[in-house]
Design a protein. Structure first.
Length: 271
């Protein structure tokens, strides 16, 4: 579907009366959206409880969905987004979906999804420790909420687990250990990833769901980017910049200033 962005912009403004062109921008990442709307004659309000807005750019906890007017207002959040906006809930959502599909087509999710354990669950801690003792694998653990690679750690084979688990004090439970890291996931590390010229990479793609009724989705192919690690991949390398392709992690590399151009490529270069 080919859509003219200028035409969409004109149609949207025509649907909104002058009095209704009110927006709230309440996050530190709202500068660009604020500039664009103000250039088009929109008025910005600083009232977090505003209800007569047309566009609201805010944090999830600043949205009152009971007062949201579907089809008349736009918000940069969606109801139920906690089902996938943090790592633990995303794991539960994908796992539950795949378990339902498994009963239908017989395909087991473990063939394409890394083995995962939630460290807040004592049963899963017990199962992880059992697997860890039996198998020589590299693992990776990560916090549910952080971003930009913060808190993500690669756990090599035969690592000291005392920094992650501790003995429980009292109680007769299945697992005598508990996590020192509440809100963390432990996952089997994908030790043989697809590489570009010997380096790990990820693909950053941005979609914009402009409307849901009717469904209108924008995707800019040329804006997609490929992010690469500066180091050649070696599974047992303890350097985080070898394993994590986040730009904020790569910036900590000692040679980042000289090799900055090597950390990214366009999607067209990949093709």
């Amino acid at each position: 579907m080919n859509v003219n962005p200028t035409k969409v912009d004109e149609d949207f403004n025509e649907r909104i009366s002058i009095d209704g062109r009110i927006f709230f921008a309440g996050t530190d990442k709202a500068r660009v959206i604020s500039e664009i709307l103000e250039q088009r004659g929109w008025s910005r309000t600083k009232d977090r409880n505003v209800t007569n807005f047309t566009i609201k750019w805010c944090l999830a906890n600043q949205v009152d969905w009971t007062k949201f007017q579907e089809g008349k207002q736009l918000i940069n959040n969606i109801p139920g987004q906690l089902a996938f906006s943090d790592k633990i809930n995303l794991w539960y959502t994908v796992r539950d979906y795949l378990q339902k599909r498994y009963t239908q087509n017989g395909k087991h999710m473990q063939t394409f999804l890394a083995m995962t354990f939630v460290l807040d669950d004592e049963n899963e801690v017990a199962e992880f420790l059992r697997v860890y003792k039996k198998q020589n694998r590299t693992w990776i653990y990560k916090p549910r909420y952080n971003y930009a690679g913060r808190g993500i750690t690669v756990l090599p084979v035969h690592s000291d687990l005392s920094t992650i688990f501790k003995l429980k004090v009292g109680g007769n439970t299945r697992c005598p250990y508990e996590s020192r890291l509440p809100g963390y996931l432990m996952q089997q590390y994908i030790s043989r990833p697809l590489l570009i010229k010997g380096r790990k990479f990820d693909i950053r793609v941005h979609w914009l769901v402009a409307w849901t009724k009717p469904l209108l989705v924008f995707y800019n192919h040329n804006a997609s980017v490929v992010r690469l690690s500066l180091n050649l991949y070696r599974e047992f390398d303890c350097d985080r910049t070898t394993h994590l392709t986040n730009l904020s992690v790569q910036e900590s590399h000692s040679r980042y200033a000289f090799l900055q151009e090597s950390t990214g490529m366009t999607i067209n270069q990949l093709n």
